[in-house]
Design a protein around this ligand. Structure first.
Ligand code: ADP
Ligand code: MG
Length: 465
């Protein structure tokens, strides 16, 4: 059996496909694709595609052509192609780490990163659903009862009762978990349903990509084919006018067709004041349910449930101690528990209250992590663009300084929800209308200029990291 180099095979197949497709289609759909795995025994090939949009297009439109091309190049039988969403970058990292070792043999397999971290772009399972986020793992307490019941109802009867279902609550309280759980449960009941689960940021990225490629028709076809559209974190719609407009029409289209929509946000519709009234009123059409912070009893139950999931025993006093000290979010609670479990696993010591206390204290005052405030935003943006702080707060009008300054204003608005006048004060006493203009300007640029979008995304990651 000759050695199979997956990338050579893919190059060959692309060569054939290029001949039968228009240039525009070819570059649009086949850029950033590659073969992840060839399994001749199973007659399967796994191809990586950059996003869900491309995945669906490949499956529906090009599968037959790709299959033919691959079979010509491989000179052997390939019966099935699977498309997996994976970024090129990740692939390159994995391939570098794996070097050429894995290329030999029949299973010319390139390191597969199947770890699922819950993000749509990276997930390996269909529909963008994180397999960990199911109803069974969701602990119900007074704080989330309403949201939970509404979610179950919607999963049982999508499009019938509460449409849209709008879930809101502060960060780390379980919105994304419930959203994905609805998707899983609906699919269990209706396996043929087209369930799409995306973050609003993902919707924006796809929209921007579609704009760049002039592929709005495909974009619309994709999103409007959903039977159940699950959209996470719509607060990111603020300041994205064009994407909001597009989302509004997607919403209208699906809602008219009795397709179910579920939306999450960090605040209730009324508090999304920057959105257009018609969008806010749509969000209020169905059912609005909030998730509050969990009480002590719920926090304890969550810890117990997570310990069971992890197969790790902590006695009741220790659980109680953790639950009493970590109150703000379930994500923090989970993070603390993970640290504690890791610590005991590594040290091989029996868990005690005293050592738990120590681990938690080291967690609570993390000296490496600075709080996110206006100073931090100024600092990071200055560092990113290699500018002095005075440049940002000063009055220079060179573009190299004006744009970073506007980005600072935009981020203070988006990340800290500061008022326009407050932001003006932090930037050398500027007028609030200047700040409003800056925020508007940057959000437009994000939608129109790939470079700015990436820079802002990069800065955001630094702020969070
Ligand atoms: P949000 O989307 O509101 O920021 P997530 O849904 O991401 O929060 O939840 C944060 C973490 O806490 C996730 O790992 C999730 O599984 C867990 N979690 C949240 N609520 C619950 C719950 N009621 N029971 C069990 N785990 C939960
Ligand atoms: Mg979330």
């Amino acid at each position: 059996m000759p050695m199979l180099d997956p990338q050579k095979i893919w190059q060959g197949a692309l060569g054939e496909l290029e001949l039968i497709l228009s240039k525009a289609n070819f570059t649009t759909w086949f850029k950033n694709t590659f073969i992840i795995e060839i399994n001749l025994e199973k007659e399967e090939i796994i191809i990586a595609v950059p996003n869900a949009f491309t995945k669906s297009w490949m499956e529906q439109k090009y599968n037959k052509h790709i299959l033919e091309a691959l079979n010509n190049v491989c000179k052997s039988k390939i019966a099935n192609i699977f498309y997996k969403i994976q970024s090129v970058k990740k692939f390159q990292q994995a391939a570098a780490a794996d070097s050429a070792a894995s290329l030999a043999g029949v299973n010319a397999k390139i390191a597969l990163n199947t770890e699922n971290n819950g993000y749509f772009q990276e997930t390996s399972n269909p529909f963008g659903l994180n397999p960990r986020y199911i109803f069974k793992n969701f602990v119900v307490g007074l704080n989330n009862q309403l949201s939970y019941s509404a979610s179950v109802a919607v999963a049982n009867e999508p499009g019938v009762r509460y449409n849209p279902l709008f879930l809101y609550g502060e960060v780390g309280l379980g919105k994304t978990h419930l959203l994905h759980a609805i998707g899983h449960a609906a699919l269990e009941r209706f396996p043929k349903a087209n369930v799409l689960c995306i973050s609003f940021e993902q919707f924006t990225n796809d929209f921007v990509a579609a704009a760049r490629k002039g592929a709005f028709d495909d974009f619309r076809k994709f999103y409007r084919s959903a039977d159940l559209l699950l959209v996470d974190d719509v607060q990111f719609m603020i300041d994205k006018e064009k994407t909001q407009e597009e989302f509004f029409h997607t919403f209208e289209f699906l809602h008219k067709g009795n397709r179910q929509l579920v939306i999450t946000s960090d605040r209730p519709p009324k508090a999304l004041v920057e959105l257009q009234d018609r969008m806010i009123s749509r969000f209020e059409w169905g059912m609005i349910a909030d998730i509050k912070k969990p009480d002590l009893e719920t926090r304890t139950a969550i810890l117990e449930s997570k310990c069971r999931e992890r197969n790790f025993t902590l006695n009741h006093d220790i659980i109680n101690y953790i639950a009493e000290n970590i109150k703000n979010s379930i994500r923090e609670l989970e993070g603390a528990l993970n640290k504690i479990i890791a610590w005991y696993d590594l040290s091989q010591l029996a868990p005690t209250i005293a050592s738990t206390k120590e681990i938690l204290t080291s967690l609570m005052v993390d000296p490496g992590k600075k709080p996110l405030n206006h100073e931090r935003i100024l600092e990071i943006v200055a560092e990113f663009y290699n500018l002095a702080l005075d440049d940002l707060t000063g009055s220079c009008r060179r573009r190299q300084i004006v744009v970073p300054r506007q980005i600072v204003m935009y981020l203070m608005r988006m990340e800290l929800q500061y008022s326009y006048p407050t932001i003006g004060q932090y930037l050398g006493d500027r007028d609030h209308t200047t700040v409003m203009y800056a925020c508007q300007k940057i959000s437009e640029m994000i939608e129109e200029e790939e470079r700015i979008r990436q820079e802002v995304e990069n800065i955001r990651q630094r702020l969070r990291g």
